[in-house]
Design a protein around this ligand. Structure first.
Ligand SMILES: [Zn+2]
Ligand SMILES: [Zn+2]
Length: 143
């Protein structure tokens, strides 16, 4: 169970961001979302915003590690609120259902600490972090 999220305004302030209507709107949407959201989904809920501003806002959040993103089934980015407190990166795998296309954050699963090491990546590549996407059937589509 997730702790109650701080208000969008406090969230922005505590992360050193000026509050703008778009930032507040995006954070509020992501705080209440039960699954990662695409930009078109967000645009459907936000009033008087343009696509470019929403992308720019999301890029700012991703850079500040307030939000993480995952590729959806159709290769578009989906966004979810990150964990600002425990880890700098939100190290959970994501799940893509190949039947219904739903993408979920598997918050209770974790990527093992030695995961990158176990891949035996060639020398010369500096790996920053892994992104794990699991494919299969979600509980709703499973039998
Ligand atoms: Zn499914
Ligand atoms: Zn996630």
């Amino acid at each position: 169970m997730k702790a109650k999220a701080p208000s969008a305004e406090n969230f922005l302030r505590s992360n050193g961001l000026r509050k703008t209507p778009v930032r507040v709107g995006v954070i509020e949407l992501l705080q209440t979302a039960t699954a990662p959201l695409s930009v078109p989904e967000m645009l459907g809920h936000l009033k008087n915003v343009d696509t470019v501003t929403v992308y720019r806002t999301l890029n700012t959040f991703v850079k500040k590690k307030l939000v993480h993103r995952v590729r959806g089934e159709d290769r578009s980015w989906l966004y979810a609120i990150g964990d600002t407190h425990d880890q700098p990166r939100h190290m959970h795998p994501h799940f893509v259902c190949d039947d219904c296309g739903k993408v979920e954050c598997l918050d209770s699963a974790s990527i093992p600490g030695g995961f990158i090491g176990s891949l035996n990546v060639e020398r010369g590549y500096q790996v920053a972090y892994p992104e794990v996407v699991l494919h299969g059937k979600c509980p709703k589509c499973h039998d």
